[in-house]
Design a protein around this ligand. Structure first.
Ligand SMILES: [Zn+2]
Length: 211
């Protein structure tokens, strides 16, 4: 099943898809939508991509759109959409997420990624840059993020068990993401000479150093 709402994710599925040392053919996405002033989720669940039909991000956006269509009073409130995803969004999904953010500018999007999806592909790189510049929080998952995802979506009675090489892979992926995102930030500094992008550069550098 591509979409499961308000149901716990089976433990095996979590470890198979989120393990950042294993390449998988699926994308698994867990999400929680909550008012920014509250911790309780209004909507949560998980989804897989539907092969040859729809990427997981598209299914997510349709699900959130339906929620706001059915609850129009909620559409005027500040929301946070937290996403834990096994693969980074492809170029087209980055654009879909950006379009969604423009349409729903009261939603803050927080994306945490286990593995980068074909990071050498220039279209995917450009997509991630656009996503970051649109104001989306974007970072690779570290041990604490995997543990949090396990606690929130899998089992609150058990402890997350880290796999071998988790930290090394997180460091490699974080360095790659930092490089991709900083490319555009350097260009923006050259062209715009604004302090805004300098601020982004500093925070990105700190992010890179800490991982
Ligand atoms: Zn996609």
């Amino acid at each position: 099943m591509a979409l499961c709402l308000k149901k716990r994710l089976p433990e095996n599925n979590f470890y198979t898809e989120f393990n950042n040392t294993i390449r998988s053919f699926k994308t698994l996405l867990c999400f929680g939508l909550s008012q920014s002033s509250k911790k309780i989720w209004s909507l949560w669940g998980y989804m897989y991509n539907s092969p040859k039909k729809s990427h997981a991000e598209r299914i997510l956006l349709q699900t959130v759109e339906s929620f706001f269509s059915e609850n129009p009073a909620e559409a005027i409130k500040q929301y946070t959409l937290a996403i834990y995803i096994s693969f980074s969004p492809c170029s087209k999904c980055c654009d879909s997420l950006i379009d969604f953010m423009r349409l729903h500018n009261r939603i803050h999007l927080d994306v945490r990624i286990s593995k980068l999806y074909f990071p050498q592909n220039s279209l995917n790189q450009e997509g991630l840059k656009r996503l970051r510049l649109s104001g989306v929080s974007l970072r690779m998952m570290d041990r604490d993020d995997f543990s949090e995802c396990f606690y929130l979506f899998v089992n609150q009675q058990k402890l997350f068990i880290p796999w071998c090489d988790l930290e090394n892979e997180t460091k490699k992926y974080s360095a790659a993401l930092c490089y991709i995102l900083n490319q555009v930030l350097v260009l923006e500094i050259c062209y715009s000479h604004t302090y805004f992008f300098l601020g982004q550069w500093e925070s990105s550098s700190k992010l890179g150093e800490s991982r």
